[in-house]
Each structure stands twice: as C-alpha cells, then as structure tokens.
Design a protein around this ligand. Structure first.
Ligand SMILES: [Zn+2]
Length: 107
C-alpha cells in the first residue's frame, strides 16, 4: 500500500464531494463533514492536532464553490463560508478498508 491512491474523477455538488477511485469504487463525502475535517493551520493546531475550528461557526448548508487540484496528491476546496486554505490529500480520504466508516461513505 505504498502507492498513493488518485481518483480518476472528482465530482462536487451543493451537498457532497464524490471521489471516484475506479470504475466500481467511489466514496461520497458530505460537504459539511469535509469542511469540518479541514486540516489547515486555521482549523487545526499543526503540532498537537487539536481542532481549532468550532463546528457552530460552519453553516449547516456550507457547500464547495470550487475545487483546485494540488499536485498529484490532493485538492483544495473553496467553501461557501469563505474558507479555502485547507488541502485534502487523497491518502487521507482513501478508505483504509472495505468496512472503513471514516469520513466518507463507500458506494
Ligand atoms: Zn481550514
């Protein structure tokens, strides 16, 4: 498992972001869950990993406005709440196992 997974397609709509890993495998990430999981320095303490972002500050209907690919390892999302500094790596989003409950839902 040293190879970093890269999705063949990324879709977004107002409610979710879908990463398609292969023809039969895609994972759905609810928009707000992904926004709350932001790993940037404003949302999370880089040293301790403590979450700095208050969930109550993120609108229930937050949605991805645009997605920018970052190199071959991830993407950056511009959110409707004005936040856009977080980078989501494919490695962190790829489900570790078939049963992985994680952040996304496997289809
Ligand atoms: Zn952030």
């Amino acid at each position: 498992m040293s190879q970093i997974p890269v999705p063949i397609e990324i879709h977004r709509d107002d409610h979710q972001i879908v990463l398609k890993w292969s023809a039969e495998h895609e994972t759905v990430f609810p928009a707000r869950d992904l926004r709350l999981a932001c790993q940037c320095a404003q949302c999370r303490d880089e040293m301790s990993g403590t979450v700095l972002l208050s969930p109550s500050s993120v609108p229930q209907d937050v949605r991805p406005v645009s997605i920018q690919l970052v190199g071959a390892y991830g993407f950056q999302v511009e959110w409707s709440d004005g936040h856009g500094t977080g980078i989501y790596t494919y490695e962190s989003l790829y489900p570790a196992t078939e049963e992985d409950g994680g952040l996304g839902t496997d289809l």
